[in-house]
Design a protein around this ligand. Structure first.
Ligand code: ADP
Length: 719
């Protein structure tokens, strides 16, 4: 009797394919194999094994068992679960799980070391070079620089055998954690929360908690206790900490290092591929005990995962909206379920979904109501922009400018928050009214002054800022409308010429190293005014920052998204929470044209519960999440007529199901991107409905022709 192996391939295929296990191969679940696929050979992973002959036609045999570290069964089951959840093919999340394994291994460095053998002839320069090499192996150019000799001297010593080449692979050390080091003495509220988390970790099995504490209440200190407990209880235990922003990773890594000595493994898109390969292998072998990373770290091959922390769990960045579409916070809970481990969601402004789950008793709800120590929550004040408008062509109102001046005079720091990159969000022609857009795309080009270009943030298209209107040809008629961070920076510099001003956005901070440097400069007090997009609004702890100014508090409330209120509240509460994190009290000033809006009132009164209650009631009346479920179906194609026909066809074959409402088709929020038109259906379902089953059945009834693409987004972030 031979065995049949189901092989999952990291490709857009609907299911695993069966192959025969050749005599003597002895496959196991999770093994990597090479299999024939049509005329070529493909790599895949064994997802199931069963005894059997394989029907009337003999199965093709597995060609080879590869010696890569096997994918743990928990990871495999998680990949399959994620695919079902997102109504996608398993090959998509599998490809994500294998991404680190596909990265190249780090190249060994060529170092020179002293051999102890004397050269044929000794000179002072040669003597210096040998002495420098004796202190430890170095790359040839570094050695020459250190010894102060020429490359020729070094080469001569190699030729004569006094120096020898040694190949060394850069290694990450995972084994230097110090788990015994105690953290700070926790205050009673923190202690109580930490005790519950530690107890959860010790109890084992699936456990979930919401760690709900105001900014600065010590959530990080509390979850560090749980991390320490998990690692200490089991010598092979692993912990994953998920963060929404790369910029935030640096701050958290630093705190882990301060607490545990060793550096956790870091995982996000800015980690270089050879390093990713090392992290992947470290996670698979169990050597990497702590992983701190962005949402895709959820797909790493954990050997023995015991605890997942999702920090800033409300953050929209946990939703991946391209390629494989998923909500990492929800998948983190699912993964904890599959791995039978603990999961902690932490936030000062939890999502309504999470608050609802906690209210239903699905998560333990741990609250930290006050900031740690003497630090107080900042005073939040609204500036009514109708009453105290800025001067023409300016964006900062007199009350905010006054507060900045006082802050500057006291030697304290200001953070100006504006969630808009670049100089101006729109450039238009005064002569003909033309708005500059990327070709065949429905979004405005954003002006960037640093680079002198107009950039489409959606498609990446960019062009130099023209000096005449491309539409009507008028000379010097283009005007920049509205502010971005670069324009606010310009205003701050003209108002406070003596102040040290910096901009924190993805245009000024490109990588983790850049973020680390800017955060350190700010923390050291070497910046007076930091103008920042949301990259800096979250999580950071700047001791001397006492004033937060929100340039355009209404920004996120414009547009039709039903989550706009929740999102704006979360973002501005986070931004305000950066102020006054130490002894000195902080202030947050919010510039708004709608001070009576419920979101602004809740921010001013710091009354999250009132806001949540009102928002929940609205959602309940409309049976929207968390009271019902949503999915978006985006249909896109280059030809408007063909798209229209298909969309109508799709609408006509929608299954009839109890408890399901279908809205649309309507133009999607971005109706034209790179020449593709986009239509959207929204599906609302009662919580008792099998939403994924409904979507799969519907899609199967109308296969899209040629160039039309159908994308399902289960639990969309915007709706
Ligand atoms: P959160 O994650 O809730 O915003 P943090 O854990 O960052 O809060 O804590 C805010 C600041 O207070 C940090 O600088 C932290 O080190 C400090 N802190 C919190 N709790 C304690 C404690 N028990 N002892 C000493 N410092 C603390």
């Amino acid at each position: 009797m031979t065995r049949i192996a189901s092989i999952l391939l990291p490709m857009p295929l609907p299911e695993a394919f069966d192959y025969a296990e050749p005599e003597g191969m002895e496959l196991a679940i999770g093994d990597h194999v090479a299999v024939p696929l049509g005329p070529r050979t493909a790599r895949g992973v064994v997802s199931a094994l069963r005894e059997g002959a394989g029907g009337n036609r003999p199965l093709k045999p597995v060609l080879e068992k590869l010696d890569d570290p096997a994918l743990p069964e928990g990871t495999l089951r998680f990949v399959e679960w994620a695919a079902r959840y997102s109504v996608d093919v398993p090959g998509q999340p599998l490809a994500m799980a294998l991404r680190g394994l596909r990265a190249p291994r780090p190249k060994p460095a060529r170092l020179l070391e002293a051999t102890g053998q004397a050269p044929g002839r000794m000179t002072p320069a040669r003597e210096k070079a040998i002495a420098a090499a004796a202190e430890g192996p170095l790359p040839p150019s570094d050695l020459a620089a250190k010894a102060g000799v020429s490359a020729g001297v070094i080469k001569g010593l190699v030729d004569e055998g006094a120096l020898a080449v040694r190949l060394e692979t850069p290694d990450i050390r995972f084994d230097d954690l110090d788990l015994a080091s105690p953290g700070p003495v926790l205050n009673p509220g923190q202690r109580a929360a930490a005790d519950v988390l530690v107890e959860m970790v010790h109890a084992g099995g699936f456990q979930s908690a919401l760690l709900d504490g105001v900014t600065g209440s010590g959530k990080t200190e509390v979850y560090l206790e749980a991390v320490a407990a998990a690692l200490a209880a089991d010598p092979t235990a692993q912990v994953l900490v998920l963060l929404p922003e790369i910029a935030l990773t640096q701050a958290v890594l630093t705190r882990f290092q301060a607490r545990f000595g060793g550096m956790p493994a870091e995982w996000h898109s800015a980690v270089p591929p050879p390093r990713r390969r090392q992290v992947w292998e470290g996670v698979a072998s169990g050597k990497a005990r702590i992983v701190v990373g962005a949402r895709s770290a959820l797909f790493l091959p954990y050997a023995n995962l015991k605890l997942i922390i999702v920090d800033e769990e409300h953050d929209g960045s946990f939703k991946q909206e391209e390629g494989f579409i998923y909500q990492a916070r929800d998948l983190a809970v699912a993964r904890a379920h599959l791995e039978k481990c603990a999961v902690v969601l932490a936030s000062a402004t939890p999502s309504l979904e999470t608050l609802w789950n906690a209210g239903q008793g699905r998560y333990r709800w741990l609250r930290l109501a006050a900031r740690h120590g003497a630090s107080q929550l900042p005073d939040v004040e609204l500036i009514d922009m109708r009453e105290t408008p800025p001067e023409t062509g300016r964006w900062l109102s007199p009350p905010l400018v006054r507060a900045m001046a006082e802050t500057f005079e006291r030697g304290e720091q200001t953070l100006l928050f504006l969630n808009r990159r670049g100089y101006a969000p729109l450039v238009l022609c005064r002569a003909c009214g033309e708005r500059m857009k990327a070709p065949d795309t429905d979004s405005w080009l954003v002006e960037h002054r640093y680079t002198g270009r107009l950039v489409c943030h959606l498609t990446g298209f960019s062009m130099p800022r023209p000096d005449k209107c491309p539409h009507c040809g008028a000379q010097d008629s283009l005007v920049s409308i509205g502010p971005g961070v670069e324009r606010v920076e310009e205003e701050v510099r003209s108002l406070f010429p003596q102040a040290r001003v910096a901009v924190f956005s993805s245009d000024t901070v490109f990588d983790a190293e850049g973020a680390r440097t800017l955060v350190a400069t700010m923390a050291a007090g070497e910046i007076d005014v930091l103008v920042a997009t949301q990259a800096a609004a979250k999580g950071h702890d700047f001791p001397n920052l006492t004033l937060v100014g929100v340039v355009d508090a209404d920004l996120g409330l414009r547009g039709g998204d039903l989550r706009a209120g929740e999102r704006t509240f979360q973002l501005l509460a986070q931004a305000s929470g950066r102020a006054g994190r130490r002894e000195r009290p902080g202030r947050a000033l919010l510039q708004t044209y709608a001070p009576e809006h419920a979101v602004m009132q809740a921010l001013k009164d710091q009354d999250r519960d009132a806001f949540v209650e009102a928002e929940m009631m609205g959602r309940e009346l409309a049976a929207l999440p968390p009271f019902g479920r949503l999915a978006a179906i985006i249909v896109s194609g280059p030809d408007p007529a063909a798209l229209e026909t298909y969309v109508r066809n799709l609408a006509s074959v929608a299954p009839n199901a109890e408890g399901v409402d279908i809205f649309g088709p309507a133009d999607a929020p971005l109706a034209l991107v790179r020449g593709r038109r986009r239509k959207r259906f929204l599906v609302r379902a009662d919580r008792t409905v099998d939403l994924q089953g409904f979507l799969a059945a519907w899609r199967a009834r109308a296969r899209p022709p040629g160039q039309i693409r159908v994308t399902l987004d289960v639990d969309p972030y915007s709706f």
